[in-house]
Ligand binder design. Structure first.
Ligand code: NAD
Length: 435
């Protein structure tokens, strides 16, 4: 039974006649839907947000890496955004890319559960379901599988089930969905083959692993590695400042070692949907399952989440040089996104820096050309252009995001005082300090 179903599914994937449903049309799901459409599949993009579906239907992309033209071309090729679960009928491949936030420090898997509940009644024998949302090892088998099996079909026998972590790096011009190797897995060998075949149609290189739990761990290992190493350089940056050593040039020199070292640089903290959240999924699972605390994650959370406080202290110290208090000073914040080149400001450390400065009585103005004005940013700070007037009028300019399109020459020549938390003004003349 499975073998016939598998070979039929592989044929349908091979000739692109399979119907694909991508559940969640966000930073992860929309690029998957676009790529699947581009290679010739019929794709339904299912999302519960009416605003998002409406924007997609009218050809307006809210994801920077997907230009409107690409979305419009996909719509012409048959890509179908919808929020009606009935449109999921008769899917052959379903990819789940819904959010996995933390709620009160614990994983919130309700979005995965509801995606599973929308798919289960439409699940047919021979289809494959793949979870891409980042989560702790065991989720696909323990949480998603029983929901899908409520259909009466058995995973691995009647339908195929797998997990494949997303590695999308918003704003990265070099590594994209197609050329970044993709780890794939299944609850059994047939499932893994089905998952591998689907991604093989989209992506240059797929890397099968033994189990869904292993694939789930891969993603958390990647993000925990980054989180811990960023915390390491952040803590070192604070000590180096007090030791009067230039951390930036020490990192440059260390980076000349061709083996055994990977470059990370200091900054105002971590943001986005991954680093502040994913390692805590792993720590939660380890504590729940094994009764152990994941000390590296706790330490990294502690260091990185306090970086905005450190930035505010450094701002206060810098203003002190000019005999100014934070209260009443006009501070221009450059960067609201969580990293360069993206419009994603979820969990951005800039938010905390701004809130603290406002709390201390500063007059805060914020510039980020990547974040559209219509995005309601609930900050007690005016949104302004990075104009000569704003630079001239600020008592201090703090650079929190190294967006490539900032007017760096004007910033250096006009700002009275600068705190550069990203090291992007290195090698230039300016009055102020690096983090
Ligand atoms: N953003 C990244 O860079 C990135 C990278 C790797 C992995 N991830 C992981 O991928 C997952 C998705 O992240 P994202 O950044 O794309 O999130 P996102 O918020 O940009 O998109 C998720 C979308 O899912 C929709 N949604 C929520 N519940 C739904 C449901 N039941 N059915 C259909 N649609 C639903 C939301 O309306 C939203 O449009 C998360 O687990 C995240 O950790 C994100």
């Amino acid at each position: 039974m499975t073998e016939n179903q598998l070979s039929r599914l592989l044929d349908r994937i091979g000739d692109r006649s399979a119907k694909i449903a991508v559940i969640g049309q966000g930073y992860v799901g929309l690029p998957v839907a676009m790529r699947a459409t581009e290679v010739g599949f019929r794709v339904v993009g299912y999302d519960t947000s009416p605003q998002r579906v409406e924007a997609l239907r009218s050809g307006r992309s809210y994801i920077e890496d997907i230009p409107d033209e690409q979305l419009q071309a996909a719509l012409e090729q048959g890509y179908y955004p919808t929020r009606d679960p009935l449109d999921l009928r008769a899917f052959e491949v379903a990819i789940i890319t819904v959010p996995t936030p933390l709620r009160d420090g614990a994983p919130d898997l309700t979005f995965i559960e509801s995606a599973g509940r929308d798919l289960a009644p439409r699940l047919e024998a021979g289809a494959v379901v793949v979870l891409e949302s980042t989560t702790y090892p065991g989720t696909t088998e323990e949480l998603l599988r029983p929901i899908l099996e409520s259909s009466g079909l058995e995973a691995g026998t009647d339908f195929f089930l797998g997990y494949s972590p997303e590695r999308i790096d918003p704003g990265n011009a070099m590594w994209n969905l197609q050329n970044t190797p993709k780890v794939v897995s299944g609850v059994n060998a047939a499932s893994c083959t089905a998952v591998e075949a689907f991604y093989g149609a989209l992506i240059d290189k797929v890397v099968p692993v033994k189990s869904t739990a292993e694939a789930e761990l891969v993603k958390l290992l990647e993000n925990t590695f980054r989180h811990v190493n960023i915390a390491l350089v952040n803590e070192l940056a604070m000590f180096a400042k007090d030791l009067d050593v230039d951390i930036w040039s020490a990192i440059d020199a260390t980076s000349t070692k061709p083996f055994g070292f990977m470059r990370f640089t200091p900054g105002p903290g971590v943001g986005g949907h991954c680093l502040p959240i994913d390692p805590s999924y792993l720590a939660w699972r380890v504590e729940r399952r094994l009764g152990h605390r994941f000390r590296f994650v706790e330490l990294a959370n502690d260091v990185n989440s306090h970086m905005p406080d450190y930035v505010v202290t450094r701002i206060a110290n810098l203003l002190n040089i000019d005999a100014r208090a934070v209260r009443g000073s006009r501070i221009l914040v450059l960067g609201l996104a969580y990293k360069a080149g993206t419009s994603d400001w979820r969990e951005s450390p800039s938010t905390s820096v701004i809130e603290q400065l406002v709390e201390l009585g500063a007059e805060v103005r914020v510039h980020d050309a990547h974040i559209p004005d219509h995005i309601a940013v609930e900050l007690a700070a005016a949104r302004v252009p990075c104009s000569d007037e704003e630079l001239d009028a600020a008592d201090l300019v703090v650079l929190l995001v190294d967006h490539p399109d900032l007017p760096y020459d004007a910033i250096c020549s006009r700002a009275k005082l600068i705190l550069d938390t990203k090291g992007c003004l290195r090698g230039r003349e300016f009055r102020g300090e690096l983090l």
